[in-house]
Design a protein around this ligand. Sequence first.
Ligand SMILES: [Zn+2]
Length: 175
Amino acid sequence: MTQTCECGGTYHRVKLAQYDFSGFAGLPVELRDAPGLRCDTCDGVMLEGEVISTALLFLTQQILRLPRVLFPKEATFLRKRLQLSQKALAERMHIQRETVAAWECGQKPLSPQHDYILRGLHFGAHLPAGVEPFPRELLEQALGRVHTAEQPLPTSEPFIIAAELKQLRNMAIHA
Ligand SMILES: [Zn+2]
């Protein structure tokens, strides 16, 4: 199967040593050695849908496991993964929409209690269609440390998704 680029060139399967995934995630994320497609004419690269959805899944797992209170963009990412608006999330958590807005824009820190509930929603029974709940042990791993963790300093270090894509890469290259 070949895909044609907008420029008229042909895409070939390649391993992308580094790929800036931030645009898909809404926060700094870098993919390493991801399977991708590169145009033989304009050199443009793209990711296939399966790679994007897999990377988003692994990013979600990384964020759920963070041993500290979430930063604004991480909290926003987790809300969007639940396909909830700020208002819908606020209703689910029995809080004001303004509270959600305030932690998402960094006006007020997310409280450990709200962090706990937001992460916990990813393990619940009310996930959108097609989103699998995470296993129980990840929940315990993820939530056990939130309350005791120190408040983090802001960081611009990207999330790195690398080893997790290995299986997918092998699959894609041998497809
Ligand atoms: Zn092209």
